[in-house]
Design a binder for this molecule. Sequence first.
Ligand code: UD2
Length: 304
Amino acid sequence: MAKYLVTGGAGFIGSHLTDRLVADGHDVVVVDDLSSGYRENLRQVDGKVQFVKGSIEDAALLAENARGCAGLFHLAAVVSVQDSIHDPIRAERVNALSTLHVLEAARQAGAAVVLSSSAAVYGDDPALPKTEGMPTEPISPYGEQKLHGERLLAIYGRLHGLRGTALRYFNVYGPRQDPKSPYSGVISIFIDRCRRGDGITIFGDGEQTRDFVYVADVVAANLAAMNAATADAKSYNIGTGRSVSLNHLVEAVQSALGSSVAVSYGEARTGDIRFSSASVERAQLELGWQAAVRLDQGLTQTVG
Ligand code: UD2
């Protein structure tokens, strides 16, 4: 049993990670300013975790709450690429500068760090599948900020011996993913619209592909990454290694819901990547982790 700090622990992925840490018998402190997370996401662990409403921009708050922790899971972020384009200064403060606050807090506490990064670090290089050794060419402030965090983590390993691991998430989905923005994860949008009886729109011809990874698998990756954290602070793709087209996804969502809805096709979204696919070999070999949940199983869990 150990103590862990989860930044962004009231968010979609962070709250599932918090659930799992509590179930495993650990002490958990969540720091979240509820800017995109919800207190409601932690209702099931009320009284079992310490919830601190505050921002990762507050270095002193982080340092104080990191004390006594074996590890910090850093998930708090401006999570939307679009938000990072519309307000790059705020995104830089939260995603870049505050990641430094997290590393400082970990250094002072002697704790390890698992950083939530993103496939956005690869940009729109058409080479597939994405391997961790490929050149990184982010095309948004968000991608650049995530890459910056990975580099700082590695630098802290070299300078201070801080142990860390960075996880490059592909398209994560599952319960509690918030469908409210037009740029929310496509699975959360499709399920929400189907439930309301609204039709769904596929942007483009639907033959674009994504690697959709279920949130429980991402939680397992975080735990494996914490165990494997070293001063080398390597980065790992977190996906299933299997990509599906949007056309296939629509069928799978309808089948999970047991109902069909009107599907229309619109203009392809500007800035979209056409194909995305993760090489997951490095995570298998070095973290001993691989995704275990098939898309149909994950969708069934998500629709509840
Ligand atoms: C994901 C991330 C993004 C960034 C990027 C890096 C999410 C939510 N977004 O963008 O933050 O990290 O990867 O590569 O994880 N679509 C529709 N209809 C809709 C909504 C979406 O057809 O109503 C399409 C969309 O045009 C795209 C696909 O679904 O082709 C996936 O969209 P997304 O926003 O869920 O994820 P992605 O991979 O574009």
